[in-house]
Structures are given as C-alpha cells and as structure tokens.
Write a protein that binds this ligand. Structure first.
Ligand code: PLP
Length: 387
C-alpha cells in the first residue's frame, strides 16, 4: 500500500488514480461504497483483512491511500472531522506534556486545546510564529508537540515549515502542520521535515461543501500505528459514503486549485485597489511579511483572502456581506462556490476579543473563500456589494 506513493508520478495523475483500483469482483472503475459494519470470517480469525468497520473499511482504506499519496506520505488516516483528527493527535500526549501552537489558529482548534484538553493536564502555549525562531524560546523539557497552521486562518500569516522542522528535530519534538488552507497541491509539509500533516478534508480535499471529514498523513510507522490505535479505540471514523464522495472530489483537486489560485489572485488585487478597503491579507503580495517563505514552500498562493475596511466598522462589514450574491455568507471554505465569512462572530467566535485584537482580527474583517466561478461575475458581485 505504501510503496507506490513514493513513485515520481505527478500530482494530477495521483489525484485521479492513487488508492483506486478497479473492484476485483466486478471490475467497477469506482471504488464501491462498502456500506457494511462487519465482514464474514471463514473460521475465527481467518478473514480478508477486514473485521469491523470502525477499524477497517475498504472505501475508507482507498481514501486513506489516496490522501497519503497526495502528501507524499507512507500512511493516511481518516476521521469523522478535522477536529477529530486533531483530537487523535493530542491523545498521543500525556498529562504534563506541553504543546506550542500558533496564536492565530482555526477557532475550533483553539477551542479543543483550551476547553477540552487543558483540563486533562496538557499545557498549551500560544505564540507568534511569524518569526519562526520564536518557537525555540518557548521549548521546555516537557514540550512534545509544535502545532503549526500555515497559511493561518484567517490572518493568512505564513510560517516557515522547514525552519520549524529543524527546531523540532533539534529538540526531539514532534511537528504537526494543519495543511487545510494550502492543500497538498500547493504545499507538502512532510517533504519540508514535518512529522505529521492534518487536513480538514471538509474543505478543499472534498471540495464540494457536502462532507465533514478529517485526515492525518505521516511517514513514521510507529506514529502511524499509534494513531491507528487511537482511531480504532476512540472511534471517530468517517463512513463509507463520505469516503466515496471525497475520493470523487480529490480527482479534480488539481484543476480546482488551479482555478482557486487564479481567481484568488484577481480578487486580492481588486480588493487591494478598492478605496474603502484598508488591508488585504493574501500571501501572494510582495508586501506580505513572509512572501519569500510563501514563495519557497508553496507552489501557489491559494484562494483564501481576508480584508478589513479603512474604518474598523462591523456594521459596514455586515452590510457588504448581506449584499453579496455569489459569495454566500457561510462558515467553511474550500468548496467550488465562493463563500464569505465574518470570523469575529462566526468561525472564530470562540476566541476572546482581546486575543483576536492582538493578532489583528478586527471586527470588520471579512474572510473570502474564492471559488471556481467566472472571475468577471465574482468581481462584479464584490463591486456592487462594496458600492
Ligand atoms: C475547518 C478547519 C478545521 C476543523 O475541521 P472540521 O472538519 O470542521 O472539523 C481545522 N483547521 C482548519 C484550518 C480549518 O479550516
């Protein structure tokens, strides 16, 4: 299962083929939806590698292989949501262990760290990672995990994965990267030295806003076995129907991402020139503080953009979002359709206002997930809404 992921097959070919082989019984090209909880055994313990679907399901196995291939990983594991994947990672730790995490994280990740795991005696230290050497200053003898999100949500900060990995290796600490925003099409953290990649598959990998799912990809066999143990013991697995939908979504990941990047650049440049808009956050601007890092670790800059108004007026932001037609006002991101989101009250409502202000997440900040529609219509929509 693992070996063919390491071949030199190009990304688009992997997106279409990895993990998928014609069904041995019928020749069906598409991996069947194995909608079954259990599997017949010939004699106790004598089975075909499948005993119970919490542990193994053939549709999920195909998807896990596909995601591993896209991340140049040996092992992939899929979960019922992105946060279930994060949950499995933190369950590798013990009371007293410490985690160093970025101070500009997806709100739900911040919530599971502070509201669920802190009470089990795991300590979380949220720090700025824009200058990645800052991580080293916070490492203690109890540090077990460094958690990086890049680009960050919603401030679009870029964190230098290669340098973070070097620091992690030096101190024998695990480095985990949430690669949801970049996707494996734009960035492969394991190739840059990370130990573990996490995805909210809900977003670009699925790509059609119809599934909630998470995934992990790792190279180390022991780490993979430990995570598989948590996956089956805790049971936050994804079902076969959802696995099928994501396998289908991944087949066009490279084409979708190409368009997300093209449209993203055009929207970012349009917003940057708009008289009502203060600051636009997008890693493709040469003025972005970590533009050089973005250029070196990403193959494109993606379709996620945040912006604030010249005056930090939440009411003005609300009026614009109410007027948008093609940018649907909704949480989430990464689907084919464009979405607009107000992090302060929606996705990042769990982050206290003081914390938000520290990282520049103002009340007027709007986050856009630029879809794959025709760019003329998207610009026209923004133009009429901004008035
Ligand atoms: C959505 C998201 C998550 C959480 O994933 P779910 O699938 O919603 O549980 C984690 N990290 C990032 C960056 C996200 O955008």
């Amino acid at each position: 299962m693992a070996t063919k992921n390491k071949t030199n097959v190009k990304f688009g070919t992997k997106a279409v083929h990895a993990g998928v082989t014609p069904d041995p019984t019928t020749g069906a090209i598409m991996t069947p939806i194995y909608q079954t909880s259990t599997y017949a055994q010939r004699s106790p313990g004598d089975h075909k590698g499948f005993e119970y679907s919490r542990t193994h399901n053939p549709t999920r196995s195909a998807l896990q292989e596909s995601i591993a291939a896209l991340e140049n990983a040996k092992h992939g594991l899929c979960f019922g949501s992105g946060l279930a994947a994060v949950d499995a990672v933190i369950k590798l730790l013990n009371p007293g262990d410490e985690v160093i995490a970025g101070d500009d994280l997806y709100g739900g990740t911040y919530r599971i760290f502070t509201k669920v795991f802190a009470k089990y005696g795991i300590k979380f230290n949220f720090i700025s990672m824009e200058d990645v050497t800052n991580i080293e200053k916070h490492i203690t003898p109890n540090t077990r995990l460094i958690w990086v999100e890049t680009p960050t949500n919603p401030m679009m900060n870029i964190i230098d994965i290669k340098t973070a990995a070097a620091i992690a290796k030096k101190h024998k600490v695990m480095l985990g990267v949430d690669n949801t925003f970049a996707t494996p099409y734009l960035q492969n953290p394991l190739d840059l030295g990370a130990d573990l990649v996490m995805h909210s598959v809900t977003k670009y990998l699925s790509g059609h806003s119809d599934v909630v799912m998470g995934a992990l990809a790792v190279n180390d066999d022991k780490l993979a076995a430990d995570l598989a143990f948590i996956q089956k013991s805790c049971g936050a697995v994804c079902g076969p129907q959802d696995s099928f939908l994501v396998l289908r979504g991944i087949k066009t990941l490279h084409l979708r991402m190409q368009r997300h990047c093209e449209n993203g650049e055009k929207v970012a440049r349009y917003l940057a020139n708009h008289p009502k808009i203060g600051k636009v956050y997008w890693p493709g601007f040469e003025s972005h503080p970590n533009y050089e890092v973005a250029k070196s670790q990403m193959r494109g800059f993606g379709g996620m953009i945040s912006f604030v108004f010249k005056e930090d007026d939440q009411q003005q932001a609300f009026r614009v979002m109410e007027k948008l037609k093609f940018f649907v006002l909704a949480e989430s991101l990464g689907g084919v359709e464009s979405l607009a989101n107000h992090p302060a009250t929606m996705t990042h409502g769990a982050v206290p206002r003081e914390e938000r202000m520290k990282v520049g997440l103002l009340d007027s900040l709007i986050r856009l997930s630029v879809g794959i529609e025709d760019i003329e219509d998207l610009i026209e929509d923004l133009d009429q809404a901004l008035g």
